[in-house]
Design a protein around this ligand. Structure first.
Ligand SMILES: C[S@@+](CC[C@H](N)C(=O)[O-])C[C@H]1O[C@@H](n2cnc3c(N)ncnc32)[C@H](O)[C@@H]1O
Length: 314
């Protein structure tokens, strides 16, 4: 799809944050593999996404199918806070972002850089002060900061260090769109019948029943066993977590849910690595071409493959 971008890819709603591991390039491969009943009816009764990240698949489905009910989960509290604020306070968020954009764009390159680091410092300072458990008006400013940083940082992504601090350096952009009002409004609409939870993927089980469509896109398996840190959360996602996820997959399979999971293919780096083939033995495993641009080994760009694993037939 990346070689032949579909016009549908640019529709709104689309992800309002650039997120490492975003699945926009894989969307058409995933869509081809949706359950036949959904492809025919264009209706999804219930959608659950336990590792939502930037939500490329969710927004794609929302703009091309009738998704009646959705539940989005992620363990990253900053991310779920952002979804909550767009859902509950979109207009105030847009006003703040417009002001930030207006002020930022007027500045010289050097002053923009100073502004960026000052907002980044404030953002990191808030970590110890903000109440992550109870929704408050303070969340709006924090999410405006997050979107600002995401749109103006180097490479435009979210990454935190082991202390949970946002640590991406300043990026040079001519004219960054900090407030994409049309898309934010559209995301707001998409979130209306959507439940948002900041929790571990295992908690998703309470929403999954027969016929539920579940898309699982966990963090990539690290290339070597010592680099467990993925940048999404201080805890990372280890091989033991991948094993726990496979157990979860099998349990949800027995409930009759439709499960579609993507992951990097370890065979990109080691032809004999059968980790996922063994974990998901008995399920339908496809290997599809993918392009990875963030955190990738440049020598492999353009040649890597992604796994798509389903528990239902073509
Ligand atoms: C590969 S990303 C998902 C990307 C997403 N598909 C997109 O289009 O942007 C993986 C996500 O899993 C989240 N995550 C990591 N560990 C988790 C856990 N134990 N339970 C739930 N979410 C987790 C991360 O915060 C990250 O957002």
């Amino acid at each position: 799809m990346s070689n032949n971008p579909s016009i549908r890819e640019f529709k709104v709603p689309r992800p309002f944050l650039k997120w490492a591991g975003g699945k926009r390039q894989l969307l058409l491969e995933l869509e081809k593999r949706l359950p036949q009943s959904i492809l025919e009816s264009r209706v999804i009764e219930r959608y659950v996404e336990p590792f939502v990240g930037g939500g490329a698949m969710f927004f794609f489905l929302k703009s091309n199918y009738q998704v009646k009910e959705s539940i989005l989960l992620d363990v990253n509290r900053e991310l779920i806070m952002a979804y909550q604020v767009v859902k509950n306070d979109c207009t105030n968020l847009i006003t703040l972002l417009k002001d930030m954009q207006y002020e930022h764009i007027q500045k010289s390159e050097e002053a923009r850089k100073t502004n960026y680091y000052s907002i980044r410092d404030d953002y990191n300072q808030q970590i110890t002060e903000i109440d992550y458990l109870n929704y408050s008006k303070e969340w709006i400013e924090r999410v405006a900061y997050l979107i600002f940083l995401n749109k103006t940082c180097f490479n435009g992504l979210f990454r935190m260090n082991s202390k949970g601090e946002f640590n991406v350096p300043f990026g040079r952009y001519q004219n960054p769109t900090i407030c994409d009002e049309l898309n934010l409004q559209s995301v707001y609409n998409a979130l209306k019948k959507t439940e948002l939870l900041c929790t571990d993927f295992t908690q998703a089980h309470q929403f999954i029943e027969e016929g539920t469509l579940v898309y699982l896109d966990p963090p990539y398996r690290p290339l070597n066993s010592t680099s467990h840190f993925t940048g999404y959360s201080p805890e990372g996602f280890s091989d033991n977590d991948q094993i726990k996820l496979a157990e979860f997959y099998k349990k949800m399979d027995t409930r009759g849910a439709h499960l579609i999971l993507s992951n990097s293919d370890p065979k990109n780096h080691d032809h004999y690595d059968n980790f996922f083939d063994e974990l998901y033995q008995g399920y339908k495993i496809d290997r599809v071409p993918a392009k990875r641009s963030i955190n990738s080994n440049t020598s492999l760009r353009g040649e890597i493959r992604e796994l798509i694993i389903r528990n239902y037939p073509d």
